[in-house]
Design a protein around this ligand. Structure first.
Ligand code: GDP
Ligand code: MG
Length: 304
């Protein structure tokens, strides 16, 4: 699709002037580095605010949001163009269904992404959660198994409900860093990123508040409880990840159909079976045959 077919990113005009200035500056920076298109993949459990983030960034209600986790089963790509720069953002259905990875949803996402290039992965969860659990690990494992470990060098963890007030008068920044650390740890575990290479995978965390009731500062910018204007901060993090020098993930047929990129070891399984057959089953078979041949029939079996 030529860029002339892509709609103007008019939603930027609805942002506060200070936010608009910062965004256009960041888009200019990307273009300066010859990045004219950016494709962002949004992934996470259901109901965490994936679709809301898409609407927040585009500045229009482009995808439907639901408090009841009944999302459409298909991914949706929204494209907007501004000053020669094109943003593609792909909203996806939640990856967890009844405590397990929704394999069908994952397969639909994978075929949707065929021949696309993922420049940034937004791994979405909520800030206002106290515990990380196995589901988080399952989601990060599914992402790794589908797209390879390298995708985490292009990832941002986005935590929604950024306006949340922590309990027990825990300072906001302290709460958000404890929550981020906990989630990062379990995500790295699911992605099988070992401790010794963990510093190569510094996954930035961005705080987001999608609510229309988000507090604003004197410049009319939407702010978090710590005073940060989150939209420009978020787009800045996206820009940094886009320009961090790690390769974007090209989704081709090989990546989708081929062996699971992190379990290539499975290719050895038929060979191992063959070796087992040659070195274990064959000798046992020969032994049994020999045994039968040498067997002297018991006296009670001999016909008189
Ligand atoms: P998805 O299933 O991950 O796409 O989540 P949605 O974007 O559909 O959001 C689920 C519900 O959470 C909706 O009722 C949203 O209005 C609400 N929601 C999403 N993000 C935020 C946020 O940052 N703050 C608040 N207060 N509500 C949010
Ligand atoms: Mg959704």
């Amino acid at each position: 699709m030529g860029s002339q077919g892509i709609r103007e990113w008019a939603g930027i005009d609805t942002f506060a002037p200070a936010t608009q200035t910062k965004l256009l500056e960041l888009l200019g920076k990307l273009k300066q580095e010859n990045v004219n298109t950016l494709t962002i993949l949004v992934i996470g459990k259901g109901g965490v605010g994936k679709s809301s983030i898409v609407n927040s960034i585009i500045g229009e209600k482009v995808v439907s949001i639901s408090p009841f986790q009944s999302e459409g089963p298909r991914p949706v790509m929204v494209s907007r163009s501004r000053a020669g720069f094109t943003l593609n953002i792909i909203d996806t259905p939640g990856l967890i269904e009844g405590g397990y990875i929704n394999v069908i949803a994952l397969d639909i996402i994978k075929s949707f992404l065929l021949n696309k290039t993922i420049d940034v992965l937004l791994y979405v969860d909520r800030l206002d959660a106290y515990r990380v659990d196995n589901l988080d690990k399952l989601v990060s494992k599914a992402v790794t198994d589908s797209f390879g470990k390298g995708i985490w060098k292009k990832a941002i963890i986005a935590l929604t409900h950024g306006q949340f007030s922590p309990p027990d008068e825990l300072p906001y920044d302290e709460f958000s860093s404890i929550r981020s650390e906990g989630l990062l740890k379990v995500v790295k575990l699911g992605a099988r990123i070992k401790k010794d290479v963990s510093q190569d995978f510094t996954i930035p965390v961005a705080l987001v508040e999608n609510s229309a009731r988000c507090k604003k500062n004197e410049n009319d910018e939407k702010v978090l409880p710590n005073g940060t204007a989150w939209i420009p901060q978020f787009v800045q993090t996206i820009t940094e990840v886009a320009l961090n020098g790690s390769e974007s993930i090209r989704v081709d047929k090989k990546l989708i159909d081929g062996p699971n990129p992190n379990q290539r070891g499975k290719l050895w399984i038929p060979l191992i079976f063959l070796l087992q057959y040659i070195f274990i089953m064959k000798p046992i078979e020969a032994f049994i045959k020999r045994d039968i041949a040498n067997e002297s029939r018991p006296s009670w079996e001999i016909d008189e």
